[in-house]
Ligand binder design. Structure first.
Ligand code: ATP
Length: 233
């Protein structure tokens, strides 16, 4: 579904992604793991048209989407649930959800809004509250629901567990598992490697702008290098 071939990304003259290749197949949950600064976010940004690709290419459903604008990428069917939630703080929960559907021209936004509030009852309770007043966990649920409002074929989650209490992290993980069970294809970036590897069908380990290891979530969970450096036991 998504294919990245020999991708290089640079900020100015400094190359930070050095020719990586990976793929996400329909219905899979694929995780990108690795330390701070390893290049996971830069890879996501390159997919989403938020940083220019220096060389290599990105294809989605067989179509070359390299260096497409952010809008073009959403139109192609890819939505990112960004790091740090980035809800619109002054807008109500409902308005935030509607923003997720701003590229859609169909008449089913209202029924999708209802479905989202059925899926996340807390968002119904908070429907008319300014999003900035929601707790971190509630904002994460809102950011996830807002991403789903675009009806993406591929949903990208960037560090969804960041800054959340352990109990809420478990809720976020359960939510991602539910979204996968709905048949969505998921690309997940997480520093919480254990959470990511438990959710993932397959995963790639990033180090210093390169992919150094890949395998099933289970394989990586028991790989000695991963256990030692990222799972801490
Ligand atoms: P994190 O979990 O901290 O987001 P990451 O694995 O996603 O880490 P990136 O954010 O992609 O890593 O960073 C990869 C490298 O690119 C790092 O060396 C970082 O300092 C550098 N970098 C990231 N954004 C920029 C930028 N806007 N300008 C210059 N260098 C950047």
């Amino acid at each position: 579904m998504l294919q990245i071939n020999n991708l290089k990304v640079a900020y100015g003259s400094i190359e930070v992604i050095h020719g990586i290749s990976l793929e996400v197949r329909p219905g899979e949950c694929v995780a990108l793991i690795g330390a701070n600064g390893a290049g996971k976010s830069s890879t996501l940004k390159a997919i989403c048209g938020l940083v220019p690709v220096k060389s290599g290419n990105v294809t989605f459903e067989g179509r070359d989407i390299t260096n497409l604008s952010g809008h073009g990428v959403v139109q192609a069917g890819i939505t990112m649930c960004p790091e740090g939630r980035q809800v619109f703080p002054q807008m109500s929960t409902i308005k935030n959800l509607r923003m997720g559907a701003y590229m859609r021209r169909d008449a089913e936004q209202d029924s999708d809004l209802e479905r989202m509030m059925d899926m996340f009852p807390i968002l119904r309770d908070r429907a008319h509250q300014a999003a900035g007043t929601l707790s971190g966990g509630e904002q994460e649920m809102l950011a996830i629901a807002r991403a789903l409002m675009a009806r993406p074929k591929l949903c990208i989650f960037d560090e969804p567990s960041l800054g959340l209490a352990p109990k809420i992290v478990a809720e976020v993980a359960a939510t991602i598992a539910r979204i996968k069970a709905m048949g969505k294809t998921i690309l997940l970036v997480e520093q919480n490697s254990l959470m990511a590897l438990r959710l993932a069908d397959r995963a790639y380990l990033f180090e210093a702008g390169e992919i150094v290891l890949s395998g099933t979530g289970e394989e990586l969970q028991s790989h000695p290098e991963v256990v030692k450096a990222y799972l801490g036991h």
